[in-house]
Design a protein. Structure first.
Length: 138
């Protein structure tokens, strides 16, 4: 069995942002040479998420609206975590959206259902962030 590791880095200009990282993951899978196996895609920050869903702008806005209802950013004082930071909401949003995904690899391709794409969700950006890819298989 082979394994391949890669970090994808992003400069996130906004506090919250969704990025479709599917093309970058597929490109790295092709570089790995692995044809059958599994691909782990993991957010390396506790205020970020990796998840799979549809790449549709209305749905992206629905995520933003829903997450803001569940864990509103302001007032910052509502979170005990916000003693020296203002990102208590971002930690909760990450928990809701998930830390990582695992995608099957078949014939050298990410084996998705219809419309599925991989997203990096950032909830406390304005700085450089990263995602870990760990690809294993043959």
């Amino acid at each position: 069995m082979k394994s391949h590791r890669k970090e994808l880095w992003f400069d996130i200009p906004e506090r919250r942002m969704l990025i479709n990282i599917t093309p970058a993951v597929q490109e790295e899978l092709e570089k790995s040479g692995i044809k059958e196996g599994l691909c782990l895609v993991n957010a390396m920050h506790i205020t970020a998420s990796v998840f799979i869903n549809d790449d549709e702008s209305g749905l992206h806005q629905d995520f933003e609206d829903w997450l803001e209802k569940l864990a509103p950013e302001k007032p910052h004082s509502q979170y005990r975590h916000n003693t020296y930071e203002d990102n208590g909401d971002a930690h909760l949003k990450r928990t809701i959206m998930g830390r990582e995904v695992v995608v099957a690899i078949t014939d050298g391709k990410l084996d998705f259902g219809p419309w599925e794409q991989i997203f990096y969700g950032e909830f406390d950006g304005k700085r450089r962030k990263r995602v870990l890819l760990k690809i294993i298989g043959e």
